[in-house]
Structures are given as C-alpha cells and as structure tokens.
Design a protein around this ligand. Sequence first.
Ligand SMILES: [Zn+2]
Length: 458
Amino acid sequence: MITDVLVMIRKRSRTVIGAALLGCCFMTPQAALAADCPGNPNALGTSRTLVVDPTAHPRIGTMQYPETLPLADHEVVLTFDDGPLPKYSNQVLAILASQCVKATFFTIGSQARFNPEGVRKLIAAGHTVGTHSQNHPLTMNKMPLEKVRQEVDDGIASTLAALNGDKSKLAPFFRIPGLMRAEIPEAYLASQGIQVWSADFPADDWRHISPQRVYDLAIQRIEAKHKGILLLHDIQPRTVAALPRILNTLKERGYRIVHVVPATADRPATPTEPQQWFMRPPTETIAITRWPKIPNFVFTATRTLPAPVFADMDWRDADILDHAQRARVGASVRTLWPQPQLTGPAPIATLPIPAADVFRIPEALDVTLLAARSAADRRLAQRAAAVPGVGASRAQTMSARQAKQPKQAAHQLPAAAHGRLHGAPLRVAPPAASNASVHVAKRTPRAEASAAGKRVPD
Ligand SMILES: [Zn+2]
C-alpha cells in the first residue's frame, strides 16, 4: 500500500518535472498539452512539435533505415496512410481531436482527387500532410525512374490540387507504398528534397485481424522500443476501433505524442545531435570501427556486360564439341593438354664435395668466452683480469684449453645469446670495455689443425 503511494507520488513528480522541462525547451505555439485540450482534461495531448530538415536526414524509420526521428524515450509519432477516405478518415480525425493529438497523414493522390475535402480537413485540424504516390503501386522497387517520377509527382500534384496549390501546406514527406524501398525512388525523392518515411513499428492493421490484435501489436511493439514512428492506416475500420484504446494506453503508460513538421525558411529545424537520429546510438565508451561506405556509383548500376558470342568459346577443335562424332572416334581423341615427357628415370642430382676451407671459421669470429661455468674458471678469469700482463698469457691458456673443445664452445654461443645458459649468468661485454670477459683468442697451429681435421668430412 505504502509502496503504491510512493510510486504514485514519484510518477506524478516525474510528470510535473517532465512537463516543465518540455514546456521550457520544446514547446512551440502549435503544441498543445493535455491540460489545454478542451473538454478532455485527461487527454493524451501533443507534447511537442519537432521540426525536421528533410535534406539533412533524407530517410528515416528503423524498419528500413539506420536513422529515425530524434525522439526521446517514451515519445511516439503517429502516422496514417492511404487516405483520405471519408468514412474512416473522419472518424480517425475525431478520435485524434478528442485527445488533442497531432499526427502525420500520407495521402494517396487518387484518393485526394476523389475527396479533396478530406485533405483540407486534415490541414484544418493541424495535422501534417505528406504523400504516398498517385496510385499506390506495390512495385516501386522495380520501377524505372520515369514511372517513379510520375507516381511521386502526380501524387503530390493531386494532393496540392485539393489545397489550391498551396505548397506551404504540404510537407515534403513521402512514404513508399508497401514500404517497397529501392535506390531509384529513394534517389529521386532525395533529389527533390523529399524525406522518405519508413516506420519504427507497424500494427499490421491492413491485414485481416481483429481490432484487439491491432491494439495488442501496436502496444507490444511500442513497448519493445519505447519510442518511434507508429504506422497505421486511416482507411481501415479495425484501426478506427483500436485507436481510442491505443491512445488511452499510451497515456496511462507515460508516453507522449510528438508532432513532426518540415523546416522552412522561417521555421528552423529543431537542434539535434547526430546520435539522436539513431534508435540505439553507439555508446561513446566502447571503441568501434566504422568502415568507409562503399560509394554508390551510378555507372556501376547501369552498365551491362556484352553477352558472349559462340566464337568466344574457342575450343580450337570443333570435333570435341560434336557428341556423336566423339563417340565414334572413341579413345583415339586425345586431350589437348601437354602430356608429361617421361624419358627414363630422372638423373640423380649429385652435389660437389665441399672443400675443407668451407668449414674454416675466420679467426676474427672465433670468440672464446672466459666466463665459464665452473667456479674455478671464474676465479681464473678474475685473476687474469686483475693482473696486467698475466691476464694475456692466462687468456691464451684458457683459449688454448677451450680450443680443444670446439664443440662445447660453439654450443655455448647461441645459448648465451638467448640467455638460456645454465649455471652462472654469462655476461657478454664488448671487447673494448674489458678484454678479460670476452677475448678473441688466437688458436695455436695445433688446435687449428685439430679443429679442421675433426670437421672436414672425408
Ligand atoms: Zn499505403
């Protein structure tokens, strides 16, 4: 009980703070808060008006595009397609008016021709009107540019005709019929400064489902994303039946309705940050790599390669192609691939016997390390270093002794270089610093002969 009261207080205070913030930052004269809704103090209302620049963000709606409207959490934009159709569009208008909610309508040109009064009613009620093609073809993704241009331009012209040609009343917003997006319509619309509107969630109200199902889908999908553009149709009885409950539930759950209008010369776009145009903006604390975009060259899309002619398939031997003839000839037909030439066993390669001097180590590289493994050798080396004159003869003695063990000396060097020598650490100092620790030994003639004799194979 106490928890419930606390939650209620917290909710109320949040609403008051939120409303105050919205009032100071986002409100424009067009926006109407719930409290301003005549005859309905509990109306959902329109929390703010968002002014967008279609050229800065030419495609929106996460059902198909990376970007969507820069909405805050729990903000929803309502859109209605395919009207005006008096029977249902008028009911939708009445429901929206009862909640003081502003929406965006995407009208079909042919519908506007039949019912121009319906278009004027949308404008008179303060809603935004965009277009949805002339005839609602579901093949815009396969259309050549000329047909796309005709559908878009005729749809705009028909809707404008209902508005006595007043372009200021028509938003440069377009929804592709059936959301059949493709590069040709998108590129054409962008070239005209028209924003393509996909959606963030539909309610499947064009399918043969119950109003309850429309309501469930709308609410479930809004709750899954917490914000976004809802796609509905003002020509469907199930939409009319579901809409009051959708609006009531949005109100109960703290959602707010945002009205979107296009930027004009005297109405600048609402300032936004680029990341606000993403449903889930990438976090700034996690490093990510953005690959460069692949440029969309026009010529790559239009260029076609020539079809190959038969002469290109030059098999050289026409007989090979003749199935029947090949069967008659049988095994006598040989492939044209080069056959390996096997002319007896391949000669075994023999290498020349290396000369003895190949194995002789140049004298300057014959480095003998005095820092040996045993303690006795270390003492010997220290004494040799301490007594000048004696050091040289001792060193000569040591090198002569080690020259008798050339294998061991040779094995010590690489091990020492890698620091893997066992026992006492072996320090290799440059010869100039101390000739006691590293000594370039001169081999005695006997040692040299012995070493050479051992290594040269016979
Ligand atoms: Zn449609």
